[in-house]
Design a protein around this ligand. Structure first.
Ligand code: OAD
Length: 235
């Protein structure tokens, strides 16, 4: 048995892995942040000031998840297949709030920036799976108060699962970052924390943190991720 297969792998994904499925990224040309100011739609202050505007922004994103044309792509599927055969620890951390990794079959998956298909109550913390539009007047199904919000980690809030992620990075033998611009912390700093890992970046272009990786594969995720995994498992 190949001992390599018992090693620890941590994968970080960002908006670039879902781009070829049809979900817009944030910072590329035509990205979401060209049309919206982060301060207007992705902060707790924005939600306090204009909840309807914030809900509408996330309602549009959530509605896209129901589009039958939106499907996991070859990169999502390749990661799920890798997880299935990997005999060591495998952790997939995504900054994405879409459901494409889950639909592709990934299991040990952490959504560090939350999930579009879930909402929670600001008063009692009840989390509810949610696929419809969310309106400001939706009462919490648990406590009945009007405090439901998207289960999205906004700027200024603490990302989810950080203890588990830091522990996995500390033990990681391989760290693979896919389709993320490396501009948002703490995710952008993970490459530094995976101190003993071989570090690979897959992206359409150089990022501001490419120099921190041992290798950098340039190209679309649907091509580069399956190809990388194939080589990884056969070499
Ligand atoms: P960005 O939009 O910042 O970056 C997307 C990255 O994907 C860029 O580096 C692109 O070059 C790359 N890319 C685009 N298409 C690609 C493709 N087909 N194949 C491979 N790479 C491709 O998105 P993130 O880095 O995910 O947070 O952004 C991080 C966080 O900032 C998001 O989770 C979101 C955002 O504000 C919150 O909203 C809290």
């Amino acid at each position: 048995m190949d001992l390599r297969l018992f090693k620890n792998i941590v994968i970080l994904t960002g908006a670039g892995i879902s781009a070829e499925s049809g979900i817009r990224t944030f910072r590329d040309q035509n990205g979401l942040w060209e049309e919206h100011r982060i301060e207007d739609v992705a902060t707790p202050e924005a939600f306090a000031q204009n909840p309807a505007l914030v809900q509408r922004f996330y309602n549009l994103r959530r509605a896209q998840l129901k589009d039958p044309n939106l499907q996991p792509n070859a990169a999502h599927k390749a990661l799920a297949q890798l997880e299935e055969i990997w005999e060591g620890n495998f952790l997939l951390v995504t900054q994405n709030v879409d459901n494409l990794h889950r639909r592709a079959g990934s299991k040990n998956l952490l959504h560090m920036h939350g999930r579009l298909d879930r909402i929670f109550c600001q008063f009692c913390d009840e989390k509810v799976d949610w696929t419809e539009d969310l309106l400001t007047q939706h009462p919490c199904p648990s406590c009945g108060r009007l405090g439901m919000r998207p289960d999205i980690v906004w700027f200024g809030e603490m990302p989810y699962h950080m203890e588990e992620i830091y522990a996995a990075l500390d033990k990681a033998d391989y760290f693979i970052s896919i389709g993320t611009s490396g501009q948002v912390y703490p995710a952008a700093g993970f490459v530094q924390l995976a101190w003993k890992a071989k570090k690979i970046e897959i992206n359409m272009k150089d990022t501001g943190i490419s120099a921190a990786f041992d290798s950098h594969l340039v190209g679309p995720a649907t091509v580069e991720v399956p190809r990388f995994i194939q080589n990884f498992l056969t070499n």
